[in-house]
Structure formats: C-alpha cells, structure tokens
Design a protein around this ligand. Structure first.
Ligand SMILES: Nc1nc2c(ncn2[C@@H]2O[C@H](COP(=O)(O)OP(=O)(O)OP(=O)(O)O)[C@@H](O)[C@H]2O)c(=O)[nH]1
Length: 308
C-alpha cells in the first residue's frame, strides 16, 4: 500500500509506502516525497499519472463516493493489479489517493483449480488404468485357463507347448508329454452325479499341480483328459512323476491312465507328440487302466498320425 498526496498543482506526491510495497519495488530507493510515476516503470508511471489526473478532472467527488470507489484500476503485469482510491478531507476536497497493488489471486485460484483438475484427471486415469489392467488380467486368465479346474486351457497349453518345443530343440534338451485320463469317469457321473464328477476333476487337477514341478505345465485337454508338458525331462523322469501321480490319486480312490511320449527329432509341432501320447494312453486303457504306458513309439504296432 502507499498514500499519495494531491498537491495544489495537481501533482501526486508519495507520502507513505509500506514495507511489502517497498520489497516489491527497489528497497534502496526512498520513495517518500517522490512523484507517483516513480513507483512504476516508464512509460507505465506516466500513463497512470495522466489517467489519475483525468479522472480527478472529469468526475466530481460525489461520483467517487468518497472512499468506496476506486478512481483508477489497472493490471500492472500478469498477476499484479493496481487500485487507486480517493480520500477526501472534511470539507469534501480530494486530498489523497490510497494505492494498493495486490497480487491477482484469480490466477492463483485458476492455477490451483487447474492443479486440482489435473490431479483429479490423473487420479481417475490411474484408477481407470488399474481397473482396465485388472479386467485385462482377468480376461486373459479366463481365456488361458479352464474354468472348472484352474489348469491351462487347451488352446493356451498348445501355444505354450509349441514354444517350449522350439526352445528345447534349440538347446538340444529333452521334453516329455503326458496325456492323462480318468478311468471309468462316466460311471462316477452316472452313479454319483455331475457335481461329484466335477469334484473328482478338480481333485485330479489339484493333485497334478501339486505333483509336477513349477516349470511343468498342466492343462485340461477336454472332458476328463489332462495334458502335462514336462520340459527338460526324459521318459524315466516322466515315469517317476506319473507313478507318483497315479499313486496319489489312487489314495483318494481315483484311478487314472497315463500315456507318456518323449519329444523326438521329427516332432516339430506339439500335435505330433500329442498323437503319440494319446496312442499310449489308449494302450494303457486297453491294457487294463490304472497304468502308465511309455514305450518308445517305434516299438508299438501302430504309428501315430503325424501332423505337420
Ligand atoms: N462332471 C463332469 N463330467 C464331464 C465333464 N466333461 C466331460 N465329462 C464326462 O466325462 C465322461 C468321459 O467319459 P469317457 O472318457 O468317454 O470314458 P470314461 O468313463 O472315463 O472311461 P475310460 O476313459 O475308458 O476309462 C463323460 O461322461 C462326460 O460326460 C465335466 O466338466 N464335468
């Protein structure tokens, strides 16, 4: 704030200035006694003085309505506003001007409103992104897993197995595929109902997942048939796992048959290996069920169909 005296020659002389106004200006200069225009840079100072003088000439005191109406308002820069208010003496003569330069906090408010909106938008974007990611994760889980057993879906396991075949072939590693089917499952359904049948499928899935290694992949191939991909495992290793699995399921009165095929040079795609394992599974069923077949495919009397 500052106070300007209007002298007899209609000159505007600064008579008081407060510290915050001084700080805004140049502290070293003594403004008291100086002309109003010195408070501002040129040509702004001159412009303000000319306008004040014109206001004083054009309007009567009653028009200013004493202290309530500013005679002059001006935006000084982007966020500073100048207001000059007339001060009259007891006789009603204008003697002084009260000057107030204040920060235009509309801009600050606008800024904080912008910040608020930006924050809100950012928050919502983050929330939406998180929801979308969760939905995507859920959708891809549903697409890649069997709804009943939680094991991989057939489509996903086939894709994964093909990638695994390429990997083990490149590094000259072994891989076994296990096809596993519940024995006489139809009679469980028929005698005890589908709910009990579903529970049996879940139990089998759980037991397989508990028995195999983390790097092995388990999926429901369809109905009561499961497929297990055992990377970096030869037939003897796969047999150990299969036997452990059969024994574990027997303990809960579930009988299964298993066919195990080992990846051979000509098996470029998983389908070739599935045919071999399926054929061996069929052999296990024919040979009395609740057993494992894993003999080399060349030793059996029927060659599986090759899918290229
Ligand atoms: N509860 C239940 N049953 C299913 C599901 N999917 C398929 N099945 C049943 O599983 C049975 C499969 O029977 P099959 O594989 O043909 O024969 P099986 O009785 O297991 O006899 P073998 O395989 O020869 O030992 C059929 O009765 C199907 O209806 C399922 O999601 N839940």
């Amino acid at each position: 704030m500052f106070i300007v005296r209007i002298d007899d020659n209609k000159k505007f002389i600064i008579v008081a200035i407060n510290s915050s106004q001084k700080a805004r200006l140049d502290d070293d200069l003594e403004y008291v006694g100086k002309h109003l225009n010195q408070l501002f840079t040129k040509p702004l100072g001159e412009e303000i003085v000319v306008n004040c003088a014109r206001c004083l000439e054009e309007y009567s005191l009653s028009h200013y309505n004493a202290l309530e109406v500013n005679i002059y308002e001006r935006k000084l820069d982007e966020d500073c506003q100048l207001c000059l208010t007339p001060i009259a003496n007891f006789q009603g003569c204008l003697t002084h001007l009260l000057g107030i330069i204040h920060k235009d906090n509309v801009k600050e408010k606008a800024m904080s409103l912008n910040d608020y909106i930006e924050n809100e938008v950012e928050k919502r974007v983050i929330e939406r992104t998180a929801t979308l990611m969760a939905t995507n994760a859920q959708l891809s889980y549903l697409a890649n897993h069997d709804y009943l057993t939680g094991t991989y879906s057939r489509r996903y396991l086939l894709e994964f197995a093909n990638a695994e075949i390429k990997r083990v072939c490149r590094y000259g590693l072994s891989l076994c595929l296990m096809m596993l089917d519940l024995d006489n499952f139809k009679s469980i359904n028929d005698k005890q109902g589908h709910f009990v049948g579903d529970q049996a499928l879940k139990e089998v899935a759980k037991t397989i997942l508990e028995t195999v290694r983390e790097c092995d992949s388990v999926g429901r191939y369809g109905g009561d048939e499961f497929m297990v991909v055992l990377p970096e495992t030869d037939v003897s290793g796969a047999l150990l796992i299969a036997e452990r699995l059969r024994a574990a399921l027997n303990r809960v009165n579930i009988s299964i048959s298993i066919g195990i095929a080992e990846l051979e040079h000509e098996d470029i795609y998983i389908e070739a290996l599935i045919n071999k394992a399926d054929y061996l599974l069929l052999k296990a069923k024919q040979n009395g069920r609740n057993r494992i077949e894993s003999i080399a495919i060349d030793d059996v009397d029927r060659s599986p169909t090759k899918v290229w």
